[in-house]
Design a protein around this ligand. Structure first.
Ligand code: HEM
Ligand SMILES: [Cu+2]
Length: 671
């Protein structure tokens, strides 16, 4: 590292951006509503999610205000039930589950892959409209008397209540399909749209996390669909599956529900963990410690999350043996979770830490997730859970993980990538203040809930014993601090979209491919195929002006260049420590590719690319054959006349061309 830090470097030129960006390439409401561009679809999700967040937040403030003192403050008991149910349903199904993957994942993940779009742009748009339909159905429950079952819809009450359960479960059913289609789309995109040379272990950890999430979305969500369908059928046709008076079993509903909803909590948290890895690495200017462990732990969390659902039913009359097995299995989830936390802390160690707004959220996440995860382990202990089940302790636990972790990660990610997709900077000082407001407000809201829960305050109660009042009041004050901080953030994010100062290409010195795309990106994200650099390597990134980072390339004389190559190969090998043979061969291919690249002359007009990219691609293919590493993904290439086509495509009903993905020999053989 030291050798290259002193070597003279030259700015890697990007060249002027010649195409209009995706926000400007076409105009008008229709061009947005019928768009097939993943960034626009992601931004529409984002608007919907932020609006839902404000609505869900307002419901929460009603609940907290009611709890300021024992007895009636604002709303009566029945209305209180409506408010906490709607709050939970909106936050879970409309905000937290789609928050990172569908909104930010959609906008950023394809760019991180160097891809022009997701694999199925039309399916992507369909998923968005399914989300809209599902959201509207949930809203429609309000004029029909509002739901009062809690977001968990437990039987037998959900079979008896006069409130509009059918409308609500139709909404949940439709939202489930939105989630499944998004998952499918991302799985195929990650498998098929990686550029040439980007193997699985060169994927940014955010992409790994989205991949693990997508597996769960595809495997678990159908169970939710079936569960709510059965609930609906039971309600109107009385088939006797959940209704005890007809010989059904109400606890069966809980099993079905948690078979989805426990993995769902990982559908919420894993994407958060993915962005945290990106944020911590970028703002500590260090490669992530134990990349492979962090990547694998996402996948192992995804798999483990399928076998612990019974921990929600320790006191529902489950057999003792089942209780013991589920309790033991619950503890295994702590292992991959802890691996991540330790690796993030190790990444921070001796890092060059920069406390920008996204990093404030990332550091907050570390603390809040640790508390949330550890209290989950307390709840996993059988004897402890008998005491704590259905108390405010559980409420505090899941808010630490859902809100303290996932929502905080979402806000961090939103600030991190905001300049990239809007082309504008948000007000940094205000961002930092609101970030701290979220952190302190959050803790003030939920720490007292651990205390009152452990003292026996039950959840979902409208009235309470005066001994709990002080905890409720602290919690309500915290909720207002939290609510105001988030509200101000949402306001300045919308405001900056119009009035913010223009953002540079790479404001944080990020190393992944999205920072090579123009800001805001063009319709197909890149004007030229991006250059693959070593993942999470910040050595060549220099802050040329405040919040404006450029990659520098050492090019002057032979020894330095050799050093750079050696360093790259050295670290590439490091990256694949403990790797399979194929991975080692791949590393060799990358080393070769790097050598080939640096032997090409780089001149001003080539945008930092070697003069003849086709030759390099051929060389990489040859090298991969020599190394026997099997086929590499071909880099998707952009058709000519892209701007004219874009205008053509935005007309409703026309066909998107996408980038042509050249056939490689391996592909042909398979067919
Ligand atoms: C780190 C490992 C975790 C463990 C060991 C764990 C364990 C538990 C246990 C045992 C319960 C049942 C408590 C009871 O009902 O008495 C529970 C409830 C819950 N947990 Fe976790 N949890 C973990 C992480 C998470 C995460 C990451 C999320 C969400 C992002 C989450 C969300 C929830 C929710 C929503 C509930 C209760 C829902 C309800 O009853 O309404 N948990 N957790
Ligand atoms: Cu669970």
């Amino acid at each position: 590292m030291a050798a290259t830090a002193t070597a003279p470097k030259t700015r890697q030129p990007h060249g002027p951006v010649t195409e209009p960006d995706f926000l400007r390439v076409t105009r008008g409401l229709r061009s947005w509503l019928l768009t097939l561009d993943h960034k626009r679809i992601g931004m529409m999700y984002l608007c919907g999610i932020l609006i839902s967040l404000i609505i869900g937040g307002a419901f929460a403030l009603v609940v907290r205000t009611e709890l300021w003192a024992p007895g009636k403050q604002l709303v009566a008991g029945d209305t209180y039930n409506n408010f906490f149910t709607l709050h939970g349903a909106v936050m879970v199904f409309l905000v937290i589950i789609p928050g990172i993957p569908a909104a930010l994942g959609n906008i950023i993940m394809p760019i991180q892959l160097g891809a022009p779009d997701v694999a199925f742009p039309r399916l992507n748009l369909a998923s968005f409209y399914l989300w809209v339909v599902g959201a509207l159905l949930l809203v429609l429950t309000i004029p029909f008397g509002s739901l009062d079952t809690g977001w968990t819809l437990y039987t037998p009450y959900s079979l008896e209540t006069k409130t509009p359960v059918l409308i609500a479960v139709s909404g949940v059913f439709v939202l489930g399909f939105s989630s499944i289609f998004t998952g499918l789309n991302f799985l195929v995109t990650i498998h098929k749209f990686r550029p040439q040379g980007m193997g699985w272990f060169q994927l940014p950890l955010n992409v790994w996390a989205i991949y693990a999430t997508a597996i769960m979305q595809v495997l678990a969500t159908p169970v939710l669909g079936i569960t709510v369908l059965l609930l609906a059928v039971e309600r109107f046709a009385h088939i006797g599956i959940f209704d005890p008076t007809l010989g059904g079993d109400p606890v069966l509903f809980q099993h079905f529900f948690w078979f989805y909803s426990h993995p769902a909590v990982y559908i919420m948290i894993i994407p958060g963990m993915g962005v945290i890895s990106e944020l911590i690495s970028t703002f500590a200017r260090k490669p992530i410690f134990g990349y492979r462990f962090v990547a694998y732990s996402s996948v192992s969390l995804a798999l483990l999350s399928f076998i612990v659902w019974g921990h929600h039913m320790f006191v529902s009359g489950q057999s003792r043996l089942a209780n013991m097995v589920f309790s033991a299995l619950t503890f295994t989830v702590g292992i991959p979770s802890a691996i991540k936390v330790f690796n993030w802390v190790a990444t921070l160690y001796k890092g060059d830490i920069r406390l920008k707004t996204p990093m404030i959220y990332a550091l907050g996440f570390l603390l809040l997730f640790t508390i949330g995860g550890l209290t989950g382990l307390f709840l996993g202990i059988l004897s402890v859970d008998v005491h704590l089940h259905d108390t405010y302790f559980v409420v505090a636990h899941f808010h630490y993980v859902m809100m303290g972790s996932t929502l905080v990660a979402f806000l961090g990610a939103l600030h991190y990538w905001y300049p990239k997709f809007t082309g504008k900077m948000y007000p940094e000082g205000l961002g930092q203040i609101c970030g701290l407001g979220v952190f302190f407000g959050f803790n003030l809201t939920f720490l007292p809930q651990f205390v009152m829960g452990s003292r026996g305050m039950p959840r979902r109660y409208w009235d309470y014993d005066p001994q709990y009042q002080i905890f409720h009041q602290l919690s309500t004050i915290g909720a207002y601090v939290l609510g105001i901080s988030i509200f101000i953030s949402v306001i300045y994010l919308f405001w900056s979209f119009k009035y913010g100062r223009p953002a540079p290409r790479n404001p944080w010195g990020g190393s992944s491919l999205e920072w090579q795309a123009p800001t805001p990106p063009t319709l197909y994200n890149f004007e030229k195929p991006p250059v693959l650099h070593e993942l999470y390597n910040y050595d060549d990134l220099v802050e040329v002006a405040p919040d404006d980072w450029e990659r520098m390339t050492p090019i002057e004389d032979e020894p330095e260049r050799a050093d750079a190559i050696a360093r790259k190969t050295g670290t590439a090998a490091d990256h694949t420590r403990g790797a399979s043979e194929t991975e080692k061969k791949l590393a060799a291919v990358h080393a070769k590719a790097e050598e080939v690249r640096s032997e090409q002359k780089i001149d001003e007009t080539s945008h930092g690319r070697p003069v003849d990219p086709s030759k390099v691609e051929q060389d990489i293919k040859d090298a991969s054959k020599v190394a026997g590493a099997g086929e590499l993904m071909p880099m998707a290439t952009k058709p000519d006349g892209i701007v004219e086509k874009a205008a053509e495509e935005s007309k409703p009903g026309s066909v998107t061309q996408g980038w042509d993905v050249p056939d490689v020999e391996g592909d042909k053989e398979k067919k």
